[in-house]
Design a protein around this ligand. Structure first.
Ligand code: NAD
Length: 287
């Protein structure tokens, strides 16, 4: 078997196009231009690339984008004051703080993220939005796992009734993925660094989501023949070489569908952010 390759750009283009149509409707029907503020602290080169990408995509879709760059020396209070300002700014509907924060204020990440108005929390990390997801009443959902579900839907891959296994239990990917898949009536197992006999568990998966941050960890023998493999991992193994958590070349011979890295899930995240900005505007307008 050679798997169907699920290229992120095809799905991201569809998600962005539907966001663009919604942006036009908000402009025409409510005279509102959606606005996103991305707060970046310090000079982390990877973060700068991500922020530039978000800014560019906003511009493509007609979303107002404001990049708020604070120096490496910014304090927790500087950041909280900036978030308060953006919370009060009526032209800003979405606020995102680019992670990771510099070491000096990293320990305050939760306090900083929790200061964002939940209606403007386009990353979906605020406890209010996490709680809504858990009780099955999602509002703003973390972009990467939400993008994976959107991709499966657009690819015509059934989730209902399937056995899904997620490797990784982070707040950003693994846990929200659990709730999204469960809400779609999959039977879900979450594995993590203390899971015993991992390959035995992963081999049960019809849908296997790898989100652990370990290069090529998931080998072909861990995958059931015909499974759908979603590789969320992004691992830099050389200055210009990114690989996923899955050994792609081997897995492609066993799976029925698989996302590549790069060129897979990563591209969906920014597209879903645009969708979340639109959702945030609608939540704020009550429409
Ligand atoms: P994390 O470090 O917060 O969590 C990793 C998880 O993997 C943990 O729950 C840990 O228990 C589990 N894990 C680690 N080693 C394991 C092992 N040997 N066996 C089983 N489980 C193990 O990471 P994260 O933030 O969830 O990110 C995971 C990966 O996804 C990273 O490579 C990250 O770069 C990538 N990522 C990609 C996107 C995207 O846009 N595509 C977004 C977020 C994260």
């Amino acid at each position: 078997m050679t798997a169907r390759i699920l290229y992120g750009k095809d799905f991201a283009a569809q998600i962005k196009e539907s966001a663009r149509i919604e942006v036009d409707k908000l402009k025409n029907n409510f005279n509102v231009t959606p606005g996103l503020a991305v707060v970046i602290v310090g000079e982390n080169p990877a973060s700068q690339v991500y922020v530039r990408n978000k800014h560019k995509t906003c511009e493509e879709l007609g979303i107002k984008s404001e990049v708020v760059a604070l120096p490496e020396t910014a304090t927790k209070d500087d950041l909280l004051a900036k978030i308060d300002e953006l919370n009060a700014d009526k032209s800003i509907h979405g606020i995102l703080v680019q992670l990771p924060l510099p070491d000096a204020i990293k320990s305050h990440s939760d306090a900083i993220l929790n200061r964002i108005d939940p209606l403007k929390d386009v990353d979906g990390f605020h406890p209010m939005n996490v709680g809504k997801l858990v009780i099955g009443n999602p509002a703003l959902v973390p972009c990467t796992p939400a993008g994976c579900i959107e991709m499966l839907d657009l690819a015509g891959i059934e989730i209902d009734g399937k056995r899904a296994v997620i490797i990784g239990r982070s707040n950003i990917v693994g846990k929200p993925m659990l709730h999204l898949l469960m809400a779609r009536h999959a039977t879900v197992t979450v594995c993590h660094s203390h899971t015993k006999n991992l390959p035995e568990v992963t081999r049960e998966a019809d849908i296997l989501v790898a989100a652990m941050g370990k290069p090529k960890f998931v080998t072909a023998d861990m995958i059931k023949t015909g499974a759908v493999v979603v590789d969320v991992g992004i691992n830099r193994i050389a200055p210009k070489k990114l690989v996923g958590d899955v050994d792609f070349d081997a897995a492609v011979e066993v799976a029925s569908a698989i996302t590549p890295v790069p060129g897979g899930v990563g591209l969906l995240t920014v597209a879903m952010l645009m969708k979340n900005v639109v959702t945030a505007v609608k939540l704020q307008l009550g429409v």
